[in-house]
Ligand binder design. Structure first.
Ligand SMILES: Nc1ncnc2c1ncn2[C@@H]1O[C@H](COP(=O)(O)OP(=O)(O)OP(=O)(O)O)[C@@H](O)[C@H]1O
Ligand SMILES: [Mg+2]
Length: 613
């Protein structure tokens, strides 16, 4: 654990390395910013001991001259040195953290693009967003506190120590022993107050949830005549909050008084000891002023030192979470000698004894000994009850996951031999859940082909039955979708996603339940678009509604991760096996609903989804 923290710090420092000069500038500027105000007590001492003292050697005019001289000098220092130094301290550190955050954010995002389906499934998208946004922000705390403040404060404490020692050695020792004790005690008390505040806050949040529920459900309370019980219950909850709040209030009042008294006591002791030293002639009144002022200045760097471990732990924990992602290795990697998939080669797919399991700990594989072939231009359908492994087959074909054993050949070569970009370049997919990004309709379509012209887009939209509604949108192609834009119906979204695939013009098409979520009217428009999309393309169709796949070249029937039957619709029906079982189940349901017209024209009608999947 300690070792990993050490490594994370070293690793973060490597990010800092190219910007080291900014860190140096920021640190030096920080030292200057904090040392300049030390001038004030020294000037005060000079005025008290030399200029304004009853036995001063200066004449009245000289005194006025001295005062103006120091006024101008201080104004010069604060305007011409302090302001630029304070600016450089802030801007330097912020620039470094901003640059590093930019680098890390991009690295994280680039890395996430490489990660496969398995990774995205294991990591909730919300958590990944937090890592890119807020965990990366922790770099700022690291740069501000760990990379710069520590050095600034160390130097500053050294300067204070030197200046105070110059005034009086025993007094300095007293101050440097008692002040840290006071700072640490204050910190501990603050921690306790925070803890008890959190408890109170939790209780208060609890009561609002309780109240909301009871107010909304007042009818139940009345009907069951539980008013008395409710009053008693609420009284108990409120009493608990009262006790927690009382404890917190007492604690914080005590804490505030003790810590305030602590620093006053130290000041009182120092003032009195200084006074004694003045009587003994070991200090002047000016020295007392200097010493007393520095005592106040000392508190800030000491407090920051005391809090350093907390700040360090918090920032490094955030940064470590970023490294965790950056260190995760993509499970799907392109071979070093991967070749592009030749767009002119004959498209063929051969699954041979493929076995695959999502989770290596599972004893039963999700796909078991799967073998089938598809030739160029063929259309095949995968059917079977829910969970039998249809989507898994296309996940493997798209290399979202790699197989455990067996082989998948594409155009005669193992899938893993191809570059991922060439593979995806020739593959088009339409799923049940359409994913469109917020942005304009045109931007979403161009996801299929970034350099598509308006003519090409219009052609694709027409082919996908999407042109009619795009034309009617308020700003046509430039209509915004998503949160800030208009909402589209499920069918419109699906047709837009089909237009996107048309633009890409893939040779291999995969449709996974593309029409399942639609009502029959939008389904018809989408189905027409899909039929056009499938023309002259090698296609794999997954559909629960058997009516949509009856015309395909081959139907592969699956059950429990295995292929149980293969053949054309009529052959499979005659075989009286699993397929005819599924078929009868769907038609049985239709008959049960009294919809005989569908029975007489099964080829042209969309059948309802079967009850058992
Ligand atoms: N990401 C995953 N991690 C673990 N198991 C999974 C994952 N995806 C699917 N499975 C399991 O693999 C089996 C096959 O799932 P698959 O999604 O291929 O079924 P399907 O035939 O497409 O079902 P449906 O018709 O409901 O879409 C199921 O038992 C499912 O629980
Ligand atoms: Mg599925």
């Amino acid at each position: 654990m300690r070792n990993s923290k050490y490594n994370s710090v070293l690793r973060t420092l490597l990010y800092v390395k190219p910007h080291w000069y900014l860190i140096v500038i920021s640190t030096l500027a920080g030292v200057l910013k904090l040392t300049l105000p030390l001038m004030l007590p020294q000037v005060l001492k000079y005025f008290t001991d030399q200029v304004l003292a009853p036995d001063s050697i200066f004449t009245a005019d000289q005194k006025i001259h001295e005062i103006y001289k120091w006024l101008f000098l201080m104004l010069f220092c604060f305007i011409c040195i302090y302001i630029p130094a304070a600016f450089l301290r802030e801007a330097g550190s912020q620039e470094v953290s901003n640059r590093i955050m930019h680098t890390m954010r991009c690295q994280l995002y680039d890395h996430l693009q490489l990660m496969g389906a398995r990774f995205h499934q294991e990591n909730k998208s919300g958590e990944l967003v937090t890592r890119i946004s807020s965990d990366v922000e922790q770099v700022h705390g690291f740069i501000w506190n760990v990379a710069t403040n520590v050095w600034i404060d160390s130097i500053i404490l050294g300067v204070y120590l030197y200046l105070m020692l110059c005034v009086n050695i025993p007094l300095t020792i007293v101050a440097f022993i008692t002040l840290p004790i006071s700072v640490i005690t204050t910190r501990e008390i603050r921690k306790r107050i925070r803890k008890s505040s959190r408890q109170t806050q939790d209780e208060i949040s609890g009561i609002s949830g309780y109240l909301q529920e009871r107010m909304a459900g007042f009818a139940v309370v009345k009907l069951f005549h539980m008013e008395e019980h409710e009053m008693e219950q609420f009284g108990n909850i409120s009493r608990t909050i009262y006790r927690f709040t009382r404890r917190r209030n007492r604690f914080s009042s005590l804490g505030v008084s003790v810590t305030a008294a602590f620093s006053e006591i130290i000041s009182a002791v120092i003032v009195c000891l200084s006074a004694l030293n003045i009587i003994n002639g070991k200090m002047t009144i000016g020295d007392l002023i200097v010493f007393y002022s520095y005592l106040g200045y000392l508190v800030t760097p000491l407090r920051r030192f005391a809090d350093l471990n907390v700040v360090f732990a918090r920032t490094i924990a955030g940064i470590e979470r970023v490294y965790e992602i950056l260190d995760s290795t993509p499970d799907i990697v392109e071979k070093a000698d991967a070749v592009p998939l030749d767009p002119d080669a004959k498209m063929s797919i051969d699954f041979s004894h493929v076995t695959f399991c999502y989770n290596s700990e599972n004893s039963v594989p999700n796909l078991n000994d799967i073998s089938f072939s598809i030739r160029e231009g063929e259309k095949i359908a995968l059917v079977g009850s829910s969970g039998c492994g249809k989507t898994t087959i296309v996940n493997l074909l798209a290399r979202f996951y790699d197989i455990d054993s067996g082989s998948i050949l594409l155009s005669g070569r193992p899938l893993q031999d191809y570059t991922l970009s060439s593979l995806y370049g020739q593959m088009g997919m339409v799923f049940q859940d359409t994913i469109l990004f917020s942005g304009t309709i045109a931007e979403n379509l161009r996801y299929g082909k970034p350099d598509a012209t308006l003519e090409e887009m219009e052609k694709a939209a027409k082919a996908a039955n999407a042109w009619d509604f795009i034309r009617k949108c308020p700003n046509g192609w430039d209509t915004l979708l998503g949160e800030r834009g208009i909402g589209l119906s499920g069918g419109q979204k699906q047709r837009l996603s089909i237009a996107r695939v048309f633009l890409r013009n893939p040779r291999l098409l995969i449709l996974d339940e593309a029409t399942s979520a639609l009502d029959s009217e939008s389904e018809q428009l989408v189905q027409e678009a899909l039929d056009k999309l499938m023309e002259s393309r090698t296609s794999i169709v997954i559909a629960h509604r058997l009516s949509t796949i009856m015309g395909v070249d081959k139907i592969i029937v699956m059950d429990g991760g295995r292929i149980v039957e293969t053949g054309k619709h009529e052959e499979l029906l005659q075989r009286n096996g699993r397929y005819s079982e599924l078929y009868n189940m769907q038609f049985g349901e239709v008959i049960g609903r009294g919809c005989p017209s569908l029975l007489s024209e099964p080829q042209t009608s969309g059948l309802p989804r079967p009850a058992a999947g």
